[in-house]
Design a protein around this ligand. Structure first.
Ligand SMILES: *[C@@H]1O[C@H](CO)[C@@H](O)[C@H](O)[C@H]1NC(C)=O
Ligand SMILES: *[C@@H]1O[C@H](CO)[C@@H](O)[C@H](O)[C@H]1NC(C)=O
Ligand SMILES: *[C@@H]1O[C@H](CO)[C@@H](O)[C@H](O)[C@H]1NC(C)=O
Ligand SMILES: *[C@@H]1O[C@H](CO)[C@@H](O)[C@H](O)[C@H]1NC(C)=O
Ligand SMILES: *[C@@H]1O[C@H](CO)[C@@H](O)[C@H](O)[C@H]1NC(C)=O
Ligand SMILES: *[C@@H]1O[C@H](CO)[C@@H](O)[C@H](O)[C@H]1NC(C)=O
Ligand SMILES: *[C@@H]1O[C@H](CO)[C@@H](O)[C@H](O)[C@H]1NC(C)=O
Ligand SMILES: *[C@@H]1O[C@H](CO)[C@@H](O)[C@H](O)[C@H]1NC(C)=O
Ligand SMILES: *[C@@H]1O[C@H](CO)[C@@H](O)[C@H](O)[C@H]1NC(C)=O
Ligand SMILES: *[C@@H]1O[C@H](CO)[C@@H](O)[C@H](O)[C@H]1NC(C)=O
Length: 796
């Protein structure tokens, strides 16, 4: 029931309104209320509202609020909030629920518009058990009331007018169609009529309006009108690109012959916010109410208002263009909320709870204060997580920094070249991850992976002499509040140039060749081979090399006549021995370089069995023959075969196995070619076959059968490997066919087993007086007795 307090004199036009409420007795059962811990809630009085914030982790996700007044409990459902001056938002970024209750909210006790007593229950569910927390707070306006105040809340518009304005406005805006008013306002009750542009709607009484979601209230000194947004009676317009919602209501009451009228025009910018170069932009028309001018602007975040100048000093921008106020809030503004978000890429967005206050003045000096509560959000902005290659080749490890990782993002897993590695190493790890934090709310991680870590890929580019270690890193970064991870990828390559195979220092020794090698970091890229065999301690022992290897250097000495030598230019004066070491790429097993050393050597005797089936032997005949100085007279079994070269005591023979009467002995696994050097006097030269000398030097070459091709071929001999040669010396006094060969045998001091140069089979060389009858199979039978004696061991 509305009552006009005092008589209204037409001249003064001063009206005092009051709202007497019929007392409704509402007996609610007594509520058992719990004490809410201080750390999980916060209550704060602002200029025109009370703010209550509660921790969602305490309240659960769906806390309820109930307003309590003398009439009872009022559940604050969504439509009821907008109608009654409450606004509840969940700020998930802060894990908070926030309630803002207007001083004029329906269930707040108002004492003379100066003291407002709030009594609100927060209801939570803990394990299906409902708990009630009573929250009481008393607030007083910190700034005096303006004659007109408009609040554009998140979910409603509220306007309050002081008494004086309520009456004056009738004079200034006589927009009502008086005929219509007179026709419909028969009752003495207040009526309200909405207008939209030129369209006037039918008047209705306040209870009808309330049913439609509007709220009118008369406090001690103010008329309060509240409407949710987007009511059917509202008008949406664009002003210079800024959407504006307006509502125009006229209240009137006929009291006898007086008609009281209150014209209520409210408008709010509905600009949703935009984003430009690091600023969130919010706009509002400079003059929302015609006939007014703007005098003052205050703004801030989360209800903390400062004057325009102070805001600008904090980095906010305020610009007026096209009759529009543009407010820019920098991303980094204090009070903004930031969160990371993953959709394929890593993004971040900022949320700002902007409070904007504008004081407007009309020509009569009547002030209107306009307040906005707007939640503004940036679009998803790409996050600038970056990787930096801090690798220093000398450290022999990858050092990779990933930086600008936002505070709400953690490294949860890491894959190095596809292999998962622990972020927080518990056991011994070869890699190392160190977290680095900064004051600007970002952090980074330093990853260290030694080049010799099994996950690191190593590639040697032979042609460029370049060694590359590469590491593909897949960082799994997880936003704390989101399960979907973001994969940040980086590929790091560390390149060593001028990486070439090791080079030996080589020296000729009197009895062999020495190879020396100082170890270098990348020697593991190569393997040392001798022929087809890798150099190992076993091989060295087996072949009679001397090998010494420590962490600094490797020394290999190969004595003359050991496996691996090749001999060339054999003369009585000396010969050349060549030893070759191969460096094979350990990965591809392809020989990359070889170290070949040829040294001159001399030896009293030697025998060489070449792969093309040639026996080359230097024999010292003086060891068995007393006819010193007559080496020139020596011959092979086929007497036509004479030495190539002789000096006083020694003769050099060189002949193919298929010639010079060479005997063939075939064993199970090898074949042996045997010949004999004997002395021929001038006498028996003349008498041809009357030779009776018993001093002989045996020469023989044994080839493994498995390595031979085309055995007994007339054309050529070919063996995989050189043969094993042997020289035996038989002193006079022994018969050839019987025990003669069993005579004392002397070996020369140096090893006699001399492998020959492996050459492609060549044309047989011409021999002194030799007609080269090729060895043929029948020759074996001719020398069968010899062969049999060999088998019986009698020859030795
Ligand atoms: C809150 O206020 C109501 C009445 O205004 C009172 O009954 C209640 O005890 C108060 N509760 C607390 C916790 O102060
Ligand atoms: C006022 O309303 C009456 C009746 O609805 C109508 O005839 C008249 O034209 C209106 N006047 C104006 C100025 O709108
Ligand atoms: C308001 O108007 C409705 C419909 O015209 C009517 O039923 C109701 O009684 C009125 N209420 C008051 C308080 O006059
Ligand atoms: C990892 O790096 C940190 C910082 O450089 C160092 O203190 C730590 O000893 C390292 N851990 C290992 C296992 O190398
Ligand atoms: C944060 O601080 C670090 C260290 O001063 C700097 O390297 C980095 O660029 C800063 N990040 C941002 C986003 O400002
Ligand atoms: C990165 O790691 C994740 C998880 O193992 C995987 O699903 C993703 O395919 C990886 N990305 C690339 C480019 O290897
Ligand atoms: C990383 O740093 C190393 C050492 O300074 C360098 O060799 C390499 O080229 C760098 N770049 C990349 C992309 O890995
Ligand atoms: C020699 O020693 C080095 C270092 O100890 C080792 O890497 C290399 O394999 C050794 N080489 C041979 C042939 O044993
Ligand atoms: C020839 O083969 C026999 C076995 O049949 C073997 O004992 C002998 O050592 C071989 N001779 C040579 C020189 O390889
Ligand atoms: C070889 O035989 C001849 C005559 O038959 C003989 O005069 C000579 O002494 C013999 N020589 C040897 C070394 O036995």
């Amino acid at each position: 029931m509305l009552v006009l307090d005092s008589a209204v004199t037409p001249g003064a036009m001063s009206v005092r309104l009051s709202f007497g409420v019929a007392l409704v007795l509402f007996l609610s059962s007594p509520v058992r209320s719990e004490i809410i811990p201080d750390e999980v809630h916060h209550m704060e009085c602002h200029d025109r509202y009370l703010m209550i914030a509660a921790d969602l982790s305490f309240t659960g996700n769906n806390p309820r609020f109930v307003a309590v007044d003398k009439k009872g409990l009022h559940e604050l459902t969504k439509p009821y909030q907008a109608k009654c001056g409450y606004s509840i938002t969940h700020i998930h970024l802060l894990n908070l629920v926030e309630l803002r209750a207007s001083f004029f909210s329906c269930h707040t006790e108002n004492i003379n518009d100066q003291v407002f007593m709030f009594n609100i229950h927060l209801i939570t569910m803990h394990n299906e058990v409902e708990k009630i927390y009573a929250l009481n707070k008393t607030c007083s306006p910190s700034v005096p009331w303006s004659p007109r105040e408009v609040t554009c809340e998140a979910n409603y518009i509220e306007v309050s007018l002081g008494n004086e304005v309520s009456c004056r406005s009738r004079l200034q805006r006589d927009e009502l169609n008086s005929t219509k008013v007179m026709q419909s306002s028969v009752a003495s009750d207040w009526q309200v009529m909405f207008q939209r542009a030129d369209e006037q709607m039918l008047p209705m009484n306040l209870s009808q309006a309330k049913k439609q979601g509007y709220m009118f209230d008369f406090t001690d000194g103010r008329l309060v009108f509240r409407t949710p947004y987007e009511q059917p009676e509202c008008l949406l317009v664009q002003e210079n690109g800024v959407p504006v919602e307006m509502i125009h209501a006229t209240l009137f009451s006929k009291q006898g012959w007086i008609v009281l009228m209150v014209d209520l025009v409210v408008a709010c910018s509905m600009y949703p916010g935009s984003y430009e170069n690091g600023y969130v932009i919010w706009k509002t028309p400079e003059i929302l109410f015609p006939g007014f001018h703007s005098t003052k602007i205050n703004m801030g975040l989360n209800g903390n208002l400062v004057e325009q100048q102070a805001a600008e000093q904090k980095g906010y921008t305020v610009e007026v263009k096209d009759n529009t106020i543009d407010v820019g809030i920098p991303n980094t503004a204090e009070g903004g909320y930031r969160r990371s978000f993953v959709v394929d890429h890593l993004y971040e967005f900022y949320t700002f709870c902007l409070c904007f206050e504008q004081v407007l003045m009309d020509n009569n000096g009547i002030e209107t204060t306009l307040r906005f509560h707007r939640t503004l959000m940036t679009p998803l902005l790409p996050c600038s997580v970056y990787t930096e290659n801090q690798t220093n080749l000398e450290d022999h490890k990858f050092t990779v920094y990933v930086g600008d990782v936002p505070e709400d993002v953690e490294l949860t897993s890491i894959h190095l070249n596809g292999h998962e590695r622990q972020v927080h190493c518990t056991n011994k790890c070869s890699h190392n991850i160190t977290r680095v934090s900064y004051h600007n709310n970002t952090h980074g991680y330093i990853l260290e992976v030694p080049f010799d870590d099994p996950v690191a890929l190593c590639q040697y580019l032979e042609e460029e002499s370049v060694l590359q270690y590469s590491l593909d890193i897949n960082y799994t970064l997880t936003v704390k509040t989101q399960s979907k991870p973001y994969y940040h990828l980086a590929s790091i390559v560390a390149t060593f140039t001028d990486v070439s195979p090791p080079v030996f220092d080589v020296d000729c020794l009197e009895t062999g060749i020495s190879f020396k090698l100082g170890h270098r970091p990348f020697d593991f890229l190569w393997e040392i081979f001798i022929g087809s065999e890798p150099l190992t301690a076993e091989l060295a022992t087996h072949r009679g090399y001397f090998l010494s290897n420590n962490s600094q250097s490797l020394l290999l000495e190969v004595p003359l006549f050991t496996d691996g030598y090749e001999y060339t230019e054999i003369t009585l004066g000396g010969f050349f021995g060549t030893f070759t070491i191969l460096m094979k790429n350990a990965g591809t097993s392809v020989a990359q370089t070889s170290t070949e050393k040829t040294c001159p050597f001399s030896s009293n005797e030697l025998i060489m069995c070449s792969t093309d089936g040639r026996i080359t032997a230097v024999v010292d005949v003086s060891l068995v023959m007393s006819h010193g100085g007559l080496a020139m007279g020596t011959k092979l079994l086929d007497k036509r075969c004479r030495p190539k070269e002789t000096d006083k005591t020694r003769a050099l023979f060189s002949f193919p196995v298929s010639s010079c009467g060479t005997m063939v002995k075939i064993g199970r696994q090898n074949v042996t070619y045997i010949n004999e050097i004997s002395y021929q006097t001038s006498l028996n030269v003349r008498s041809g076959f009357l030779d009776n000398a018993t001093e002989r030097v045996g020469v023989q070459c044994t080839y493994p059968l498995s390595g031979l091709y085309l055995l007994f071929s007339k054309i050529r001999f070919e063996s995989d490997s050189v043969g094993v040669g042997k020289i035996t010396h038989t002193l006079p006094g022994a018969g050839v066919h019987t025990s003669g060969l069993r005579g004392p045998i002397r070996s020369t001091a140096l090893p006699q087993t001399v492998p020959a140069t492996k050459k492609p089979p060549s044309k047989p060389a011409l021999f002194m007086g030799a007609d080269q009858p090729p060895a043929q199979f029948f020759k074996v039978s001719k020398f069968y007795n010899y062969a049999r004696n060999y088998e019986r061991g009698e020859y030795l």
